[in-house]
Design a protein around this ligand. Structure first.
Ligand code: DX5
Ligand code: ZN
Length: 216
């Protein structure tokens, strides 16, 4: 089986002491930092922006996986690269010219991901799949941490994995929202190879240990 990528979501970290949580992730078995950027328009919440990401980059020893939940993400591609994004994911629902936006991300030197809201079928990605590095399947409605996993997501993962076998076997399938120690195994079994976990990691007694368990 492929190595499973674990990306703790900093949305659930302690923002009054970010350095402590960055250090914890650096020392843990986690692979990436998952950073959720929300604009209050695409999603009904506002998180954080460039200055916070820039400061996380200063201490992070692992790649920054930036999940943009913003409208018109094409306006800020180079800015995300400049503050340290390694992987940049845009929402399908936020991009009129998705193909162009993907090219912009790759030209800027980052890996390109496309996120799908729970209501968006994976089939709409068939023509863009060969161009991208990652698909992020939202398993909750984006905007908040701590929501429950939507079971229908498992079917989407299975279907997408079957599609990638034909057109992009290297594609990373990331799943985001409501992942915890009770459901991560079935998500991997369905075909995911990257898991985002916010509250399951940061609200647990021992976040480092929870990351190791998700990794197994
Ligand atoms: C939700 C974000 C998620 C969120 C996950 O819109 O994209 O990354 O932080 O949080 P949990 O793991 O608590 O569902
Ligand atoms: Zn996210």
């Amino acid at each position: 089986m492929k190595n499973i990528i674990i990306a703790p979501s900093m949305l659930s970290a302690d923002f009054s002491d970010l350095k402590k949580d960055i250090t914890m992730i650096n020392k843990s078995e986690a692979d990436w930092f998952h950073l959720d950027i929300m604009d209050g328009v695409f999603v009904p919440n506002i998180s954080y922006g460039f200055p916070v990401v820039k400061h996380i980059k200063k201490y992070a020893k692992k790649p920054l996986d930036v999940h943009l939940m913003i409208v018109q993400p094409e306006r800020y591609i180079n800015e995300w690269r400049d503050v340290g994004a390694d992987i940049l994911t845009v929402h399908y629902e936020a991009c009129t010219h998705l193909h162009r936006t993907i090219q912009q991300i790759k030209t800027a030197g980052m890996k390109a991901g496309v996120a799908l809201n729970p209501h968006t079928p994976v089939s709409i990605l068939s023509d863009i799949l060969p161009e991208i590095d990652m698909v992020l399947i939202m398993s909750v409605n984006p905007g908040f941490g701590g929501q429950s996993f939507i079971p229908q997501s498992l079917k989407k993962i299975t279907l997408l994995r079957a599609m990638t076998n034909m057109s992009n076997p290297e594609l990373t399938i990331q799943v985001d929202g409501g992942i915890d120690l009770t459901n991560y195994k079935e998500i991997i079994k369905a075909g995911a190879n990257a898991l985002v976990a916010g509250s399951a990691v940061f609200h647990s007694e021992n976040p480092t240990e929870t990351i190791s368990m998700l990794k197994k």
